[in-house]
Design a protein around this ligand. Structure first.
Ligand SMILES: [Zn+2]
Length: 429
């Protein structure tokens, strides 16, 4: 009976050589979908489901999460699919027969003819396996190339969106394309809803959705505490959409601040993004150009050629730039009046030029450590007296510690961005 034994051993040996990929083909496993390099997923042929069953022809492995079974050979896969218990000899041989696609041999030593046939079949299988391996390699290369293109596409898309923000800023400043330095914290959200008011059901209503430029408010420790949004529309006035209250028709601002801004600044140029998520000033820079609005600070940067020793940042609004006032420094506006409850008009009281003593670091934007010089950029299109008092407050507050603080005033009724863009238009003409 040793002949029988040899023939069965050869049969088993042959079955052990069947790869997982070959077994999948031979067993006709249905419903597999490609899911990665050499990997396919689908329903378990026994237990069903959606994607609990997977085979990997590169790793020569199969796994079934539903049955809690898996392995690295075709016999085990056949046993799983056909419900065969490989611990039993007959069942094991039946699994071998399944992966080989022919019955378990019965009796007799292998004849010369049969051996030649088997060896020819083995050679053909090895050749087919080599062809398949070459195909897998090509598929892997294709897969990697597709992934690379997808990744590149994402980056290009993101770049394109940020270019929208650069395009907006450069148009506002009257500049040609690509003259602004990199603003490392600048991002664009492709579709940001603009919430305004509530509907009949009491829920907030988005009256607009579109691209928005976003810059983070960063506290003195470098942590993002809020953000500043500017909705963009290249075809709209000043590059921004026209937004109106649906009920009153009143024009709405195209800029909004979210989260917290007090004590934080909007980093523009000279800041670095750190791996821990913090945004910190380049410590080698000892000068700061700081203003209320992003565009005005950038206008100064363009005018002075974005100095390598300078940080450029915005405070977001005048209150955050100036900080709270000492109530005793309040003064009456020389022209503007306010009608009181008694119906009489009195001069408008304006917050004064003296900073409130004992302020909190969270009350207004703080100067980064190590600065020796600050240029404050005033916004000339705001109310002149209140702005002047606020700028003096900022000057007094930020010159603590012996820093040299200067205020740059644009011509009356203008801001620096308009001044620069006007100059830009004249140059182009
Ligand atoms: Zn299963």
């Amino acid at each position: 009976m040793s002949g029988d034994r040899d023939l069965t051993d050869l049969f088993v040996e042959e079955a052990r050589a069947v790869t997982v990929g070959e077994a999948v083909e031979r067993l006709g496993v249905a419903g597999l979908r490609p899911a990665g390099i050499g990997e396919s997923v689908g329903p378990c042929p026994v237990a069903g489901g959606r994607d609990g069953f997977s085979v990997n022809t590169v790793k020569n492995a199969w796994n079934c999460r539903r049955c809690g079974d898996g392995g690295h050979d075709g016999i085990g896969l056949a046993a799983h699919n056909l419900g065969l218990d490989v611990k039993r000899r007959e069942a094991f041989l039946a699994a071998c027969a399944a992966v080989l696609g022919r019955p378990v041999p019965e009796g007799g030593a292998e004849s010369d003819e049969a051996r030649a046939e088997r060896e020819a079949a083995l050679a053909a299988r090895r050749e087919a396996a080599a062809t398949r391996a070459a195909r897998e390699t090509r598929t892997q290369a294709d897969f990697r190339e597709r992934e690379r293109r997808k990744a590149a596409g994402k980056w290009l898309q993101a770049d394109g969106k940020e270019l929208l923000a650069y395009g907006y800023l450069e148009a506002r400043l009257g500049l040609g394309r690509r003259v602004l330095p990199v603003l490392p914290a600048l991002r664009v959200i492709a579709a940001e809803p603009y919430w305004h008011g509530t509907g009949e059901d009491g829920r907030a209503v988005a009256i607009h959705e579109g691209a928005a430029m976003v810059l983070p408010f960063v506290d003195s420790g470098g942590t993002v505490i809020g953000c500043h949004l500017t909705w963009l529309d290249p075809s709209g006035p000043k590059g921004r959409p026209t937004l109106c209250d649906p009920a009153t028709g009143e024009r709405l601002p195209t800029k909004k601040m979210r989260g917290s801004k007090k004590g934080g600044l909007l980093p523009l140029v000279g800041f670095g993004l750190h791996a821990d998520g913090r945004i910190l000033p380049d410590p080698a820079r000892t000068r700061l150009v700081l203003g209320e609005g992003i565009e005005n600070v950038l206008a100064i940067g363009v005018a002075e050629g974005f100095r390598a020793d300078t940080l450029y940042a915005a405070a977001g609004d005048l209150g955050n730039l100036a900080g709270p006032a000492d109530g005793r420094s309040a003064f009456s506006h020389p022209e503007l009046t306010k009608v009181g409850k008694d119906g009489k008009a009195r001069p408008l009281r304006v917050a004064g030029p003296v900073p409130k003593p004992d302020q909190d670091a969270g009350d207004a934007v703080q100067a980064p450590a190590g600065l020796t010089e600050i240029l404050l950029v005033a916004d000339g299109d705001s109310e002149r007296y209140a702005t002047a008092a606020a700028m003096l407050r900022a000057e007094a507050r930020l010159s603590a510690g012996g820093r040299a603080v200067t205020i740059a005033w644009p011509p009356k009724g203008m801001d620096f961005a308009e001044l620069l863009s006007g100059a830009g238009e004249r140059r182009a003409a």
